[in-house]
Design a protein around this ligand. Sequence first.
Ligand SMILES: *Cc1c(COP(=O)(O)O)cnc(C)c1O
Length: 239
Amino acid sequence: MTDRKSELATNLANVEQRIEAACVAAGRKREEVTLIVVTKTYPASDVRALAELGVRHVAENRDQDAAPKAAACADLPLSWHFVGQLQTNKVRSVVGYADVVQSVDRPKLVTALSAAAVRAGREVGCLLQVALDAGVSGRGERGGVGPGGIEELAGLVADAPGLRLDGLMTVAPLTGEYAGRQQAAFERLMDLSTALRVAHPAANMVSAGMSADLEQAVAAGATHVRVGTAVLGVRRGLG
Ligand SMILES: *Cc1c(COP(=O)(O)O)cnc(C)c1O
């Protein structure tokens, strides 16, 4: 094993222990939580090593980096999640490799994703990105639809050809009433998920929690955690 691969193996084992412990503490089964490793800014060789170590879900946030990486890793048994703010002019490229887009936050994006999915003959899973710090505009600073916009957007996704409504995603807010209160934020997301599932029972994915707050996400009931730094190391520059 290369040095890098054994480093990744060690980090992965640590994260696995954290998830396991959080499940035990919450009285949940380990299988209820899926680890998604966020590989943004790291090379395709890391993605390959992670796949060899048993990782099955990876996430990226910039199409420019993700598209060539996904192409280089097309032979691996991986699901690709897109977790970044998505411009409509990138949608056709993203639909070429993404199994799930976790950052669906506006009607225009739904229309573009649907057209691209139909054209590619693919079904794309969609999570609505919820901004728990949404201001009067109803949108978050880092993207996301405010809680009041979920129902309408969910209906659009559910009715859109080529798209499948899978659930909700959030990033713990840095500002507003949930600043520094990750668990409260994730519990709020769970409540919104419960409400969503009345009309859309299959939309049961709840994506929450990153390296710093995965325990709080598991405690709140998240089904998917998105972990970058704790597996791959601290990113240099923008990520
Ligand atoms: C980068 C990123 C993560 C992972 O964050 P870490 O702190 O590195 O674990 C999770 N979710 C989204 C949306 C991200 O952009």
